[in-house]
Design a protein around this ligand. Structure first.
Ligand SMILES: NC(=O)c1ccc[n+]([C@@H]2O[C@H](COP(=O)([O-])OP(=O)(O)OC[C@H]3O[C@@H](n4cnc5c(N)ncnc54)[C@H](OP(=O)(O)O)[C@@H]3O)[C@@H](O)[C@H]2O)c1
Length: 211
């Protein structure tokens, strides 16, 4: 299967390496074309660099928008027409840096990123919030854990998105666990109770049940 990855920075490149290691074909795009080219060269034949963000979607089944929250809306508008029937995976956390370099939440308390991003998405797209729950380093060091696989949590309101994102999560070497609908995506974000956790399925389900 083919997945487009838009944004080849910290998390985009970690996701790309994980997916390519098990045979997913990738189409890469980034504001910095050279960064996408470097990543494609590192990955080898499984990855090609697209001409632009829209071109990355050509013949892709899914797209990962590995972008900072502040640029997400603009890129979704740019590629909107190409998102029909695609799985759209968003790992972005709604955070930025203030003038002092401290972490700043970009949404009001109580508003989840998933609900906000859903409002930016064309209705024909299948949205799942996933792959943003761990730092890039943890994602790479925790994949293909044995015998107890590490869990990647996801949130979606869309059953089709759920099936497709579970395939991608397994391809990346993790066990998928759904936390709930998009209104639950705040639990996955920076500051959420399920953020930066490396747990197996049994512990993951007990954390979901406890809440
Ligand atoms: N890094 C992590 O460990 C981690 C873990 C979990 C979740 N996340 C979340 O994932 C998101 C991305 O984080 P990151 O650390 O990967 O950020 P990053 O290193 O800054 O990477 C963002 C990438 O997006 C590209 N980009 C910017 N504008 C674009 C556009 N219009 N079209 C295409 N590509 C564009 C950037 O290119 P340029 O460099 O040329 O601007 C860069 O390659 C954030 O919301 C973050 O909270 C990050």
């Amino acid at each position: 299967m083919t997945t487009a990855i838009i944004g080849t920075g910290g998390i985009g490149s970690a996701i790309a390496r994980q997916l390519a290691s098990t045979g997913e074909t990738l189409r890469l795009s980034s504001a910095d074309h050279e960064s996408a080219q470097r990543l494609a060269a590192e990955i080898g034949r499984a990855a090609v660099v697209a001409v632009d963000n829209r071109d990355a979607l050509q013949s892709a089944d899914a797209v990962v928008l590995a972008l900072r929250f502040a640029v997400l809306h603009g890129v979704i508008d740019e590629i909107s027409a190409a998102l029909t029937d695609k799985l759209v995976v968003v790992p972005s956390n709604p955070v930025g840096l203030d003038a002092q370099g401290s972490l700043l939440r970009l949404l009001p308390e109580g508003q989840s990123s998933g609900e906000v991003v859903a409002g930016w998405m064309p209705t024909e797209a299948h949205l799942a919030m996933a792959f943003g729950t761990m730092s890039a380093d943890l994602l790479e060091s925790s994949s293909n854990r044995s015998p107890d696989p590490a869990v990647l949590f996801y949130a979606t309101d869309d059953d089709r998105a759920g099936e497709k994102v579970e395939r991608l999560i397994r391809t990346a070497g993790f066990e998928p666990v759904k936390v709930g609908g998009l209104e639950q995506s705040g639990r996955l974000e920076v500051g959420g109770d399920l953020h930066d956790l490396v747990v197996g399925p049994a512990e993951a389900w007990s954390l979901i049940d406890e809440a």
